[in-house]
Design a protein around this ligand. Structure first.
Ligand SMILES: [Ca+2]
Ligand SMILES: [Ca+2]
Ligand SMILES: [Ca+2]
Ligand SMILES: [Ca+2]
Length: 414
């Protein structure tokens, strides 16, 4: 008999005497006591196993004889009342009611210690959904002398379609963290669709695809990302997981970010030697000029030695991310500021695809906080715009957003 979730089979339950406690009687009725326990018996007149002597017809009958639940959503519970009827002509002592199976439980507190001839009483079997597919289980009722066992099979309930999403790295990370998104813990899903709201200008993508159950996603731009997962089952039903919010915060004293868009590039996320416009981020040490072999940190000089010579002193800038094929981002980081003005520049180095004007966005973070932003600074190939000045050692940031642009600027190695 299959009983729908939440359905209760009502029966007349009469208390005849003491209370059989499932917990206390479970161990007392164990095989270790040396008692012989006759096997499962379902129907009156069923002789059961004759091994060790014919125990005779079963005295107790369960209704339903087995329990099966339909869908029980994760975290929810369903219960079924099971009636025990004494179909014999003598009183029967009930010595224990036990249950097996993860998530299954039994409440037999109200069950009398004995049932008279023709009498019946009920107990409750419940299931709490904690997994996509519930395990099977069984209720065993021990009764009579010598002890006999009445087994009621429990067939597990599925959780149905449930979309579940999580991110392994947690909800606060630093830039360039490869997030591992997990959707495969959804229940009943046959297809997955991930979406993301990402910081302005960020064109991050899911790898290997937004339809993968467990994709990765690299947070190359600081800011807030919101990930959404829609799971679909074989019947086409859809379920959406709770959104995941991940905040990406730089952990360097100074973090400078460059993004750009190039409207003439039909695909700003493709890769390859001529796939996009190549803009470059530059950071000048106080007093240095553009393309200085030591004083300008950029792609050709990504980790110059500034400040102390001791490599253990964290006072050197680092170009952590370079981008050569469109959109960016690039980022430069610095953990110590000497006295003086550091200048931040954007150079439109190459336009191998002839994509034309690019619009640069630069954000400067100091101690994890966005303190300066230039949006959509228009640049033609070989333009160089100064977009920020960082005052050392205070970390105050000023400057304009590319009001003065140098034209026809070529890197010395060109
Ligand atoms: Ca492109
Ligand atoms: Ca570049
Ligand atoms: Ca140094
Ligand atoms: Ca790119």
């Amino acid at each position: 008999m299959v009983v729908a979730a939440g359905c209760v089979v009502d029966v007349e339950a009469r208390r005849l005497g003491g209370v059989a406690d499932a917990e206390d009687t479970a161990s007392a009725a164990s095989d270790a006591s040396g008692d012989t326990i006759a096997p499962e018996v379902h129907l009156p007149g069923d002789p059961g196993s004759a091994l060790g002597g014919d125990p005779g017809p079963a005295a107790l009958v369960a209704t339903p004889a087995d329990v099966g639940l339909d869908v029980v959503p994760l975290g929810q519970s369903a219960s079924v009342a099971v009636t025990l009827a004494n179909v014999s002509t003598e009183a029967v002592a009930v010595s224990g009611v036990t249950v097996t199976g993860d998530g299954w439980d039994v409440d037999a507190v109200g069950l009398p210690a004995a049932l008279g001839p023709g009498e019946a009483a009920a107990f409750t079997v419940s299931y709490r959904s904690r997994a996509c597919a519930a395990p099977d289980g069984a209720v065993t009722v021990r009764y009579g002398a010598p002890p006999r066992a009445l087994t009621i099979p429990l067939r597990g309930a599925g959780a149905g379609l449930v979309a579940r999403a999580r991110v392994v790295e947690g909800d606060e990370v630093i830039p360039q963290t490869a997030l591992h998104l997990v959707g495969s813990e959804s229940c009943g899903a046959t297809a997955y669709a991930w979406e993301v709201d990402q910081p302005a200008g960020s064109l991050g993508t899911f790898l290997p695809a937004a339809t993968a159950p467990d994709p990765t996603f690299e947070t190359n731009v600081a800011g807030t990302y919101v990930f959404r997962l829609v799971a679909t089952d074989a019947a086409g039903a859809r379920a959406e997981a709770a959104p995941l919010t991940v905040v990406v915060t730089p952990d360097e004293l100074v973090h400078i970010e460059l993004l750009w868009r190039t409207p003439g590039d039909p695909d700003e996320t493709d890769t390859g030697p001529a796939a996009g416009a190549d803009l470059d981020l530059h950071l000048l040490r106080p007093g240095a000029d553009w393309f200085d072999p030591v004083g300008d940190a950029y792609w050709h000089n990504p980790t110059p030695d500034w400040g102390a010579i001791d490599p253990l002193v964290e006072d050197d800038p680092r170009l952590e991310r370079d981008d050569r094929d469109g959109a960016g981002p690039e980022n430069l980081n610095l953990n110590a500021l000497e006295t003086g003005d550091y200048r931040v520049g954007v150079h439109y180095w190459r336009d191998p695809g002839g994509f034309g004007t690019s619009y640069a966005t630069v954000r400067v973070y100091v101690a994890g906080t966005l303190v300066h932003e230039c949006r959509d600074v228009a640049l033609e190939a070989h333009d160089l715009a100064e977009v920020a000045v960082i005052h050392g050692p205070s970390g105050a940031v000023g400057g304009d957003c590319g009001e003065s642009v140098l034209h026809e600027v070529y890197a010395p190695l060109e």
